[in-house]
Design a protein around this ligand. Structure first.
Ligand SMILES: Cc1cc2nc3c(=O)[nH]c(=O)nc-3n(C[C@H](O)[C@H](O)[C@H](O)COP(=O)(O)OP(=O)(O)OC[C@H]3O[C@@H](n4cnc5c(N)ncnc54)[C@H](O)[C@@H]3O)c2cc1C
Length: 394
């Protein structure tokens, strides 16, 4: 399914048409579970996973396209960002053959779902500060810590949890105490663990978010959660590399999510502005209404181009290039989305704030891509330091 970034291949256009038709059938009032199952059955969730494990063998470019088109139809599947994109990628690239056999076919057809938990209440944007620890006990791992804002834990069969391993049994004792860890200066390695939804000691509390979405966020407590040795994904010593493998797809998919939502809002506003007439011409003829919408179209198209570039770099195996591009794409898409929703709501006047027209809830939903998985300020920090070589303030 190759295409350049600036022109879409016939295969990509056909894929867009298929997904758009699916999205139209389900629409904004969709039943999430039914749409998820249908997208899985059509091979859309697993499109980027390896063929030998039931996937489509395509890439992130195609997976992002699927999410964008569903979003443009008003029915984005947020768990696509997490389950096939982050978790599927990490397991496909670093999982044992057994983990791949156990998880990938189900993640591909949608019969299994996996959430992803890295954020912690006291670490937030600073993931170097996470304190969830994994200590060896014989062949087992024992996880202790807290996570926050983790999406979809209730509907996921398991959550891929980022913890820090302790190198030795002696160090393990120290790491249950963060202060002790800091005092000794002991370096703990980030590692990924598959934690089943019903594991003993693994509890969740829903966070009361003001977001109108079928997926919910949870605070998690891991209280001495005992897992078999096989719960560790990948190499104990390669932590960051494995983690980063999932983070570029996460940013590209968040960009696709935002572009889809922005396109949906813009489409609704354009439709309204063509019809609504309170003077002699439809309101869309007034440039004060038309130009902001035109600007959003330009901004969404630009974000789309950057997203396609990031996905393409990732699919070509250029993880470093993809890192910068994925951050830029996420930033551009989040800004374009939030602005498009704001302008769309304004275009509808009073109707913009009614439940019937369905745009007002997007005012909060569109903020999500500005905050998660990494805030716009942290992206600007990254670009300042990595791309421009400016000094750090923190
Ligand atoms: C809807 C939703 C779904 C989510 N889903 C998941 C999930 O599935 N899994 C998961 O692990 N996490 C998830 N998150 C968490 C998300 O990744 C975090 O909210 C995000 O990383 C920001 O962390 P924080 O909320 O702790 O903000 P903080 O880190 O407390 O930041 C607060 C503000 O300070 C700014 N700030 C912080 N440090 C700096 C700095 N050095 N320079 C400039 N500004 C700075 C930030 O940009 C931000 O504006 C989700 C969040 C939301 C809202």
């Amino acid at each position: 399914m190759s295409s350049t970034v600036t022109t879409e291949s016939p295969e990509h256009r056909a894929l867009r048409a298929t997904v758009a038709a699916l999205g139209r059938r389900h629409g904004p009032d969709h039943d999430r579970d039914r749409l998820w199952a249908e997208a899985g059955a059509l091979g859309l969730l697993g499109i980027a996973l390896p063929e030998e494990y039931g996937g489509g063998g395509a890439g992130l470019s195609e997976l992002a396209l699927v999410l964008e088109e569903l979003g443009a139809a008003g029915c984005p599947l947020l768990m696509m960002v997490v389950s096939p994109a982050i978790c599927g990628t990490v397991i496909a690239r670093f999982g044992t053959p057994e983990q791949r056999r156990t998880w990938l076919p189900g993640l591909a057809d949608g019969s299994l779902t996996m959430a992803f938990g890295i954020t912690e209440p006291d670490a937030g944007s600073n993931s170097h500060r996470i304190t969830t620890t994994a200590r060896r006990d014989g062949d087992d791992w024992v996880l202790t810590g807290r996570k926050i804002f983790v999406t979809g834990v209730d509907i996921a069969d398991a959550t891929l949890i980022v913890g820090r391993t302790t190198a030795t049994a002696t160090a393990a004792t120290a790491t249950t105490d963060t202060a002790a860890t800091t005092r000794t200066g002991h370096r703990l390695k980030p590692c990924l663990f598959v934690v089943p939804r019903d594991a003993e000691g693994f509890s969740r509390t829903r966070v009361d978010m003001v977001i109108d979405a079928p997926e919910h966020q949870f605070e998690l407590v891991l209280d001495e959660v005992r897992l078999p040795g096989s719960a560790l994904v990948g190499d104990e010593d390669a932590g960051l590399l494995q983690l980063f493998a999932g983070l570029n797809p996460e940013r590209v998919m968040t960009a696709a999510f935002a572009i889809g939502m922005g396109r949906y809002a813009l489409g609704r506003a354009v439709e309204y502005a063509r019809q609504r007439q309170v003077w002699d011409t439809p309101i869309g003829a007034h440039q004060a209404i038309a130009h902001p919408l035109a600007r959003s179209h330009v901004e969404l198209e630009l974000a789309r181009l950057m997203t396609a570039k990031a996905a393409r770099l990732y699919d070509d195996g250029d993880d470093t290039g993809a890192g910068e591009a994925a951050n830029m794409a996420k930033y551009a898409a989040a800004e374009a989305c939030a602005d498009a929703v704001d302008r769309a709501v304004h275009t509808l006047g009073g109707n913009g704030l009614t439940r019937a027209y369905g745009l007002a809830p997007l005012l909060t939903a569109s903020r999500v891509a500005r905050i998660a998985p990494v805030s716009r300020e942290m992206i600007l920090n990254y670009i300042s330091h990595q791309s421009l070589g400016l000094p750090k303030s923190y």
